[in-house]
Design a protein around this ligand. Structure first.
Ligand SMILES: [Zn+2]
Length: 344
């Protein structure tokens, strides 16, 4: 049985479940951080030992928050896709062996609190709307895209997260943007994730490193052998045409994806966050070019200056909250109103 919310509770807990790390944070109802901790995600013994570690962290953070009153519940942002509101994981690429996990039910058993599950990208979008650019620009509807290892999305319509019928709405990562393009582990070819994520930039950089004169790139890889997007961005900044071409590909494919969203939704604001968004200056020119080429709605509503918010226009801007958006958003999930499409 689902535990009930305690009335008048003083704070909520967020869990940001990533393929590398788990972050747990307590936030007041005014979204002030009270306590937080993080630890590596236990990946290789199946989900239950990892959930036990999360439950232990939740208890630890609650112990530290005793002075702040009752905990109203736990929100968890997880790699998608997830069936909602049941909170059942499909087969997240970053959590091998977790397919079919009833995350909400299992975690509720362990923490004895109501648990709200959503995708990590939806949680980040909620935080960006409530506390970042959504609040700053006073919009009731917006979308946020998270450019990290993959490409996630979240859609806020009239102040609520839009989930669609099964919780699978607003997922741009596995939309084909290059017909007959690179094979993706989802089964399609040419998905956005294969061109516009941090992993995609690393892959393109590795391909570049195999060309004569570019072998030095391998020496710039991190301990895991990844050539980070920030390294490629530096090269692009110094005018290296081959590095700029990588970001042209990122921008072009993002622009094509955005064009479909802009023409379908006509929202006032689309923001891009996640680590890759730091390379905005490198990919934005190609992104706006493709967006303009592919969407009449954008051509009719484009701002005169794409660097600032213009009311009444279609604004595409970097997200404002940074790396903590997913964790704050998870804590905000507890009190969030959600849309699920309903059969009449
Ligand atoms: Zn795919």
């Amino acid at each position: 049985m689902t535990p009930t919310k305690s009335a008048g509770a003083g704070y909520t807990l967020g869990v940001d479940l990533g393929g590398t790390n788990v972050r747990v944070g307590a936030y007041s109802r005014q979204a002030e951080k009270l306590h937080a901790m993080s630890f590596p995600t236990r990946l290789f013994d199946g989900p239950l030992p990892a959930l036990n570690e999360i439950a232990a962290a939740v208890k630890k953070v609650r112990d530290q928050c005793a002075e702040h009153g009752d905990c109203a519940g736990v929100g968890i942002g997880s790699p998608g896709p997830i069936e909602l509101p049941a909170g059942i994981l499909s087969d997240p690429a970053n959590l091998p062996g977790w397919a079919g996990l009833e995350l909400k039910t299992e975690l509720e058993k362990l923490v004895a609190l109501p648990v709200t599950v959503d995708s990590d990208a939806n949680a980040a979008a909620l935080a960006e709307w409530r506390l970042g650019s959504g609040r700053k620009f006073q919009v009731q509807s917006m979308a946020m895209f998270t450019l990290g290892t993959g490409v996630g999305g979240g859609l806020i319509l009239d102040g609520k997260l839009w989930h669609g019928d099964k919780g699978l709405a607003a997922e741009p990562g596995h939309t084909v943007v290059v017909p007959n393009g690179i094979a993706c582990n989802c089964g399609s070819h040419g998905c956005l994730e294969k061109y516009a994520s941090a992993s995609a930039v690393s892959r393109m950089a590795r391909e570049l490193a195999s060309q004569p004169g570019w072998e030095f790139l391998l020496g710039m890889a991190d301990a895991q052998g990844l050539i980070k997007a920030s390294v490629v961005a530096q090269l692009a900044l110094s005018g290296k045409a081959e590095a700029l071409a990588i970001f042209e590909q990122v921008g072009e494919t993002l622009g094509r994806m955005l064009a479909a969203w802009v023409s379908t939704l006509n929202l006032p604001l689309y923001t891009l966050g996640g680590g890759m968004a730091l390379c905005w200056d490198q990919f934005a020119p190609a992104m706006f070019r493709a967006l303009r080429d592919c969407s009449q709605t954008y051509r009719l509503t484009a701002p005169t200056n794409t660097e600032v918010f213009e009311a009444g226009k279609t604004n595409v801007l970097p997200a404002q909250l940074g790396a903590e958006a997913g964790l704050i958003g998870a804590a905000l999930l507890v009190d969030q109103l959600c849309f699920f499409s309903k059969t009449r």
